[in-house]
Structure formats: structure tokens, C-alpha cells
Design a binder for this molecule. Sequence first.
Ligand code: SF4
Length: 108
Amino acid sequence: MADLKLYAGSSTPIRLRGHTLLCLQGFRGEGYSPGFVANMAAIHQILRNQPEATVQVVASPDAVCAACPHQQGSSGCTINGEPSEADMNNQDRVVLGRLGLKAGEHLA
Ligand code: SF4
């Protein structure tokens, strides 16, 4: 789960997958599990209320995946079985490309 204290006033960037940027835009308090929703809500709150928060965009499991029941260790996302992480990675790169960003970039 995202730790509000960890990120508050710190330079620790929140890792977010490319396609998670879109998920956060549309977040309405629903998700895969209560823990997932609480974590997503915490990240959403940090991004809305803490202008000092920074983000590192990635094409790999992120701060949202960290509380997701479909995240399986080093396999990453397993929501649709074995190829899910590769599919998510591709989605991340497409979204980042459309935004003119590259995986690993930091956003202030
Ligand atoms: S593990 Fe998969 S389903 Fe869960 S948040 Fe990450 S990308 Fe989405």
C-alpha cells in the first residue's frame, strides 16, 4: 500500500506504469480488492494534495500493482494468465509514447 508518510515531503518518486496514469484519471473508488482500492485512493490523494510529490513513469509493476491481488512476485501482472505482464508492458509503452514520455523518466 502507498504510504502517505513515506511520500510526504520526500523526494521518493511514486512509480507509476504508463497505463496506470489513465487508470488514475478514471479512478472512482472501485478496484480488484479492498486493499487495492485503499492503495489506489492513497496514491490518488497524494497526487492531488501533495504538489511536492514526484512520479517516475515505468513500464513494469508499480506502486498500484504493489497492492493488487493479480501481482505475482517476479512474474508481474497475471490478471489474464502468463502473458499479462508483457501485455501490460506493451500498453505502458504505448501510453508513454503517446504522452511523449519514456519509461524511467521522472515527472515533477
Ligand atoms: S498487477 Fe496487473 S491488474 Fe493489477 S494493477 Fe498491476 S497491471 Fe493492473
